[in-house]
Design a protein around this ligand. Structure first.
Ligand SMILES: Nc1ncnc2c1ncn2[C@@H]1O[C@H](COP(=O)(O)OP(=O)(O)OP(=O)(O)O)[C@@H](O)[C@H]1O
Ligand SMILES: [Mg+2]
Length: 249
């Protein structure tokens, strides 16, 4: 079996005349922290949607945990252990942090976790509390999600994605819209996640991406143009020309 958690080959997605994702090869190992960086329109979200199964490639293939999932939908990939966050919030603002996590736990209990009906509720409550702890929200359990700060809402969204105990977690711009202080908290949270979860982060923010990731994949106009360690990315001339040299957008 493949050592890779994720392996994409020749992944391509066209939208009419636009090639949003262009022959992308991507291999992510067990426990790895990987960031995908790139300027606006580079194809990051399009790639993310292909990996999560929210969209279908025009060409190429995707293996997840050694299995070809190219033809499988998002739900099936979730059941295999892939979890993702959404750029637009999925929080139920009127419900507390605990109840948001509890409902997510009930949601997954019918899938990967087949529990006896009687113990399902108690198990989901326990899981909600455990996940809240793992995203640093134990003291916010009783707070309505709608009253959390923007940074806390992001934390909770990561919590919702962790409820299913994924093996691979895809985060779409987790630092978007956060203050500097909130970004630092988020970075600490991501650094503290258990190593049995492999992380793929799509990020605009260089600081978060280069601090959390061990390897960085840089996209431009749909294609991967550089891949390397954060130090290699920082010192790469093309990255400077295409990304760092421009106003931070
Ligand atoms: N559903 C779609 N229909 C048509 N074109 C699309 C669609 N989705 C993306 N595109 C185009 O594909 C290209 C890549 O877009 P994508 O959203 O993947 O970039 P991105 O790297 O996520 O950018 P950003 O940093 O702004 O989020 C862009 O030219 C975009 O206009
Ligand atoms: Mg995007």
């Amino acid at each position: 079996m493949s050592e890779h958690v994720l392996q994409a080959r020749g992944l391509t997605r066209r939208f009419g005349g636009v090639v949003a994702v262009r022959e992308v090869d991507l291999e992510i190992g067990q426990g790895e922290r990987r960031a995908v960086l790139g300027p606006n329109g580079a194809g990051k979200s399009s790639l993310f949607n292909l990996l999560a199964g929210a969209d279908t490639p025009t060409a190429g293939s995707i293996e997840l945990f050694g299995t070809d999932v190219t033809a499988l939908g998002a739900r099936q990939r979730t059941r295999m252990g892939l979890s993702r966050t959404f750029q637009t919030s999925r929080l139920l603002g009127g419900l507390t942090v605990e109840d948001n996590l509890y409902l997510a736990a009930i949601g997954v209990s019918g899938g990967r976790f087949r529990l006896l009906r009687g113990s399902r509720d108690a198990e989901a409550r326990k899981r909600a509390v455990r996940v809240a702890e793992s995203v640093g929200m134990t003291d916010r359990l009783g707070e309505p999600a709608g009253e959390l700060s923007h940074g806390e809402q992001r934390q909770l969204e990561i919590g919702l994605a962790l409820v299913a105990e994924p093996r691979l977690l895809l985060l779409d711009e987790p630092a978007a819209g956060l203050s500097r202080a909130e970004r630092q908290l988020l970075t600490a949270l991501l650094l503290g996640l258990e190593r049995d979860v492999t992380l793929l982060i799509i990020e605009h923010d260089m600081d978060v991406a280069l601090t959390v990731a061990e390897r960085v994949t840089m996209m431009y106009e749909g294609a991967v143009i550089v891949e390397g360690t954060p130090a290699e990315i920082r010192s790469n001339q093309r990255v400077h020309d295409l990304y760092l040299g421009r106003a931070h957008v």
